[in-house]
Ligand binder design. Structure first.
Ligand code: ADP
Length: 400
């Protein structure tokens, strides 16, 4: 099957056309600046990237341009749209309704509209992507894959906030967790790579990118994760604060004369390692360079980041009564050996030993712990698009 994977953001759209049999990416790219001006990046397998500036007032023009590029006479990856057998959509929030990926139908669209207030920046864009594809490719089956779905197996004790229970009952305020497609993919790949039985394993996945989260996966099922009602909770991130005392919102609001959304804007966009480094950068390469040159703020930012990941790992060892493997993934997790080393320093009580030479390797599945380490630590590159493609095929089964 040829599966078009669509990840629709509020002003951007990423896409990949994947042959599900060979799992080869036939073409990929993104549309940027939708609603502002418009830019299409398109790359057919084996060819250079093409960049086209063209007006994209809405996601409809953007998706039309993607479909035109995919079927272009010279550089297209397919001859006609008829070759697209299915579309897999990334959807950020599935609320409590979706514990796994599901076929898009009217009931799903209604359910997504109903839980849009849980992800007001993301779900409306995801819905537009679904509706536009429905219009431009009538009859092509579509599947929605939710960032929250994998975490729906968390027990009550992990997902309930200790606030009056009626707020959960009335408004569904609880921990949902995000990056689920990645946590699911990486935990499976880790078990496969290490020869563990997924159904009898304890794996901690550290998805460390601009957004970052950790999950505890016991016997293939998520039992806890660090993000919450929204992706602001948990670890310190590129520009997000992660967990803090909720009283900070009122305290800082009074000092800065800002309302709650003004403060949340600071916690989302000006905090994390960016805020700690006095606005130097949210990129770990810049922070590492600055820290090496003696910049104390950059060093502290890297320390805070690593400490939060470390203490979260410790908590999840407790949640699962042990751990067989710890996997690092996403931009920082896959590429930044120095940050991995900082995080894993101090786990001698668990018998963990990191091999500094192996920890220098990048871009592949690799075990970075020594052979006599009591817990395997590895780097497992994530591939959310492939995970969406696999889910799409699995959900649609034979019915193309
Ligand atoms: P997201 O998908 O959440 O935007 P990514 O998973 O692409 O984020 O991660 C992006 C981050 O990964 C960058 O901001 C940077 O901090 C980090 N990163 C990428 N490559 C490297 C590298 N070679 N060394 C250190 N950090 C890196």
């Amino acid at each position: 099957m040829k599966v078009l994977v669509i990840n629709c953001g509020s002003s951007s759209l990423k896409y990949q056309l994947i042959d599900s049999d060979s799992e080869e990416v036939l073409a990929k790219g993104l549309c940027e600046r939708i609603g502002i001006d418009g830019r299409l990046v398109y790359q057919k397998e084996g060819l250079d990237k093409e960049i086209t500036e063209a007006p994209m007032p809405t996601h409809k023009e953007a998706i039309k341009m993607v479909l035109d590029a995919l079927t272009n006479d010279k550089t297209g990856a397919i001859r006609s749209l008829k070759e697209i057998d299915a579309v897999g959509h990334r959807v950020v929030h599935g609320g409590e309704k979706f514990a796994c990926s599901a076929k898009v139908d009217d009931a799903m669209i209604k359910a997504l509209e109903d839980c849009s207030d849980l992800a007001p920046l993301h779900n409306p864009a995801n819905l537009i992507g679904i509706n536009v594809c429905k219009e431009l490719m009538p009859g092509v089956p579509m599947v929605g894959c939710f960032d929250t779905a994998f975490h729906q197996t968390m027990p009550e004790k992990a997902y309930l906030y200790a606030i009056p229970i009626e707020y959960y009952e009335k408004y569904r305020i609880r921990k949902y967790g995000f990056h689920g497609t990645s946590h699911s993919f990486v935990s499976r790949e880790t078990a496969k790579f290490l020869g563990l039985d997924l159904n009898n394993s304890k794996i901690i996945v550290c998805h460390l990118g601009n957004g970052a989260s950790v999950s505890a996966v016991k016997n293939g099922k998520c039992v806890d994760t660090s993000m919450g009602l929204t992706p602001l909770a948990g670890l310190a991130m590129g520009t997000r604060s992660g967990d803090l005392d909720p009283s900070v919102v009122e305290f800082l609001g009074k000092k800065l004369n800002l309302d709650a959304s003004g403060i949340l804007n600071i916690l989302n966009k000006k905090s994390g390692v960016y805020g700690l480094s006095r606005g130097l950068s949210s990129d770990f390469r810049d922070l590492a360079d600055a820290a090496k040159k003696g910049n104390h703020d950059a060093e502290v930012a890297l320390e805070v980041f690593a400490y939060r990941v470390k203490t979260t790992i410790g908590a999840y060892v407790a949640a699962m009564d042990g751990v067989d493997a710890i996997a690092f993934t996403a931009g920082i997790g896959e590429n930044d050996g120095a940050t991995r080393a900082r995080i894993m320093d101090g786990f001698s009580y668990l018998g963990i030993k990191i091999d500094p030479e192996k920890n220098k390797l990048r871009g592949q599945n690799v075990k970075i712990s020594t052979d006599d380490s009591k817990v395997a630590v590895c780097v497992i590159p994530t591939n959310e698009e492939l995970a969406i493609c696999r889910d799409t095929v699995a959900i649609l089964g034979g019915d193309k």
